[in-house]
Design a protein around this ligand. Sequence first.
Ligand SMILES: Cc1cc2nc3c(=O)[nH]c(=O)nc-3n(C[C@H](O)[C@H](O)[C@H](O)COP(=O)(O)OP(=O)(O)OC[C@H]3O[C@@H](n4cnc5c(N)ncnc54)[C@H](O)[C@@H]3O)c2cc1C
Length: 399
Amino acid sequence: MKIAVIGGGAAGLTAAGSAIGAKPIIFEHTDKIGKKIYITGKGRCNFTNVCDSQTFLQNVVTNAPFLRSALAGFSPDDAVALLNANGCKTKVERGRRAFPQSDKASDVTKALQRYAENNGAEIRLHCDVKNIVPDNGGFTVEFVGGAESFDRVIMCTGGMSYPVTGSDGSAFELMRKLGHAIVAPVPSLVELYTEEDLSAAEGLTLKNVTLRADGVKPIFGDMMITADGISGPIALTLSAYAARREYPYNVFVDLKPAVAVEELDDRLLREFGQAPNKQVKNALDALLPKALVPFVIDKWGVGPSRQVNSVTKKERRALVELLKAMPLTVVGNAGFDRAVVTNGGVDVKQIDPKTMGSRLVRGLYFAGEALDVDALTGGYNFHIALATGHAAGMFAAKE
Ligand SMILES: Cc1cc2nc3c(=O)[nH]c(=O)nc-3n(C[C@H](O)[C@H](O)[C@H](O)COP(=O)(O)OP(=O)(O)OC[C@H]3O[C@@H](n4cnc5c(N)ncnc54)[C@H](O)[C@@H]3O)c2cc1C
């Protein structure tokens, strides 16, 4: 049985290791395997989330039910065990996020490489696969400089995020030629650009705020202000749920989610009463980070030099409403160059969720970010690559 694995990332290496007895060949078009692994988790690689399957699936944004079987076959505990067995000690941090004990993503790559090579896998670098032609129940894999016949092909070519790592989306064309539908890829887990200029507060982290948008459950946590808009955990989460939304769309930031409207109004009244001659631009420091005050006052529209004792009840109520729902207009995102993950990819309706095998072309399998599945941050996306890679490798070798 000859198996070609196209793509030497997390999914490809795991598929190669799981194709027991097949001695697979991994085709990787860059100069090294696992290029993306090195930059995951800020170089530490948050490789899984040690949670139960229900919690895991709740963190999957696109096509969660499709992953049920792959996760049952390869759980977060299995991911930990696989790395441990291949020389990478691991640890679990806050939020059940698992990392290599060394904090070095390269140790994850080494362990996955060992897993693949222990199964006899051969790794071919600088080997760009240009075409896959089904013939006589098998395939001819055409690559730069040659062609070779295989019984099975496993596509592990990733999505389109961080194309410098090799996942440039070029393989989607090969899949289309094989008859597979590709759900148009869009960036996810990505900085959002806003119409409003927040650059004066660039670098500021707003802690424990809530971000709301129509059709998305309010998201609570930290949000970062960037030169062009918003980023940080809750903005990235919103970018995932709203990945396919047309721009522009409105979002609302509750800067004081723990304080009810009346309570906040009382608090403002107190603040203003304590220093009635202060100008409004100097009166909000106790309530807001200093860098954000000019922006909020501008939105409020009363004029920064007004004395607080001249602020009417109606104006104060307007400020309360602003603090509870500061509107921002999202006009775009930072694109694939800076997106953590891709939303879109191979349409999962055409794939058997148990085996990762194509329903259209016998002997063809898919795994990892190339599939139209994506999840929130926390180790889920990497685990999806491992779990689908495991299923694809295992069934390609035995079906
Ligand atoms: C900055 C960043 C940080 C991240 N951090 C985390 C994290 O901490 N935790 C987490 O869970 N997820 C994280 N992710 C997401 C996660 O890394 C990916 O979802 C996962 O690694 C995808 O693995 P993959 O094997 O499917 O794809 P990839 O790693 O993209 O691998 C695909 C491989 O295929 C090769 N290839 C493509 N086309 C061809 C071709 N035609 N011929 C030959 N080779 C080809 C590419 O060069 C590449 O090596 C992060 C992503 C980024 C960008």
